[in-house]
Design a protein around this ligand. Structure first.
Ligand code: ASP
Length: 305
């Protein structure tokens, strides 16, 4: 590779994904790793075929929305009234255009819906609740809300209603992906079912531009964890600012998560920059992650490094 191109982040695509930061039990380790590896390979394939970072992060997140291992798309946590409300955010670092969807209840892949919003000319950047449901219908991405509920989550919801422990061992996480493409363009995507038994209409950090995700011409980030803490610090934008100020993505990830911990929050973040440098950090016991960089090198794991 031409060293000048490497410096500018050209022809050196890379991607990192996460599948949520929480105390993933040993018996769920394998399915988390399979899920994130499948997603990162899907995204990387798009990048090597000269696809855009935006396309790569969207497709990587769709893989995890379709996988009930994760709290995104089908199999997400149910809200206080026993149905699924999903949030998603996708952002293009090159244009700063974003598509954000909050509390949609009739869409299997809110990240695709978010991308459709991003691509729409003269449209809002964020749609929530009934507006998001109507948009899903309009663009042919709506489904029967019951299709999103799986027996495991129905059971968790029924148990929770009679005061049993609903969190362990099957709590699970948000998903996200950040990538840089052959042209050195960056993108970020995040998708979640939020928290179990959440109030109707509750939005966490995930669909909020700058909290759950952000992408600029320099770097892209996606967060997971206690949403209200990530919102307080605008955590994803904070990560990008740190990289723009000269920190490596790895250092920026560590600083952000330490700041989250200092306000009694918890979670994880993934970051990538234009030079294809990757960073991730989490304060929970585990976070499923996978990355492909340096001309095809795959790295994945669940425990801190
Ligand atoms: N941050 C998400 C939310 O608050 C949850 C998670 O990442 O696990 O909705």
């Amino acid at each position: 590779m031409n060293p000048k191109n490497a410096l500018q982040g050209l022809n050196n695509p890379a991607i990192i994904v996460h599948g949520g930061a929480w105390s993933i039990p040993d018996d769920l380790k394998a399915e988390h790793l399979v899920g994130v590896i499948n997603a990162v390979k899907t995204g990387y394939q798009i990048l090597v075929e000269h696809g855009s970072a935006l396309e790569a992060v969207e497709r990587a997140v769709v893989c995890m929305e379709e996988d009930p291992t994760f709290d995104a798309g089908i199999g997400s946590f149910l809200n206080e009234e026993g149905y699924v409300e999903l949030d998603a955010l996708i952002m293009d670092g090159n244009t700063l255009n974003a598509g954000a969807i909050g509390a949609v209840s009739n869409c299997r892949n809110p990240i695709i819906l978010a991308r459709r919003l991003l691509e729409k000319i003269n449209s809002p950047m964020m749609l929530v609740g009934r507006g998001a449901d109507k948009f899903a219908e309009k663009v042919g991405l709506s489904c029967d809300p019951k299709e999103l509920i799986i027996p495991r989550e129905q059971e968790r919801w029924e148990k929770g209603n009679v005061g049993k422990d609903i969190f362990s061992p099957n709590a699970k996480g948000t998903v996200g992906a950040v990538a840089v493409d052959m042209n050195g363009h960056l993108a970020s995507a995040t998708s979640t079912g939020g928290s179990p038994f959440k109030m109707i209409g509750r939005l966490g950090d995930s669909p909020l531009i700058g909290s759950g995700g952000y992408a600029s011409e320099v770097a892209a980030a996606s967060s997971t964890g206690h949403g209200e803490s990530f919102m307080k610090l605008n955590a994803a934008k904070l990560a990008i600012d740190l990289v723009e100020q000269g920190h490596t993505p790895q250092m920026a990830a560590k600083i952000v998560i330490e700041k989250i911990a200092s306000i009694n929050g918890y979670g994880g973040i993934i970051i990538i920059d234009k030079q294809s440098r990757l960073g991730f950090h989490f304060s929970t016991t585990r976070m499923a992650y996978a990355s492909i960089s340096k001309e095809g090198h795959l790295d994945s794991g669940i425990d801190p490094k």
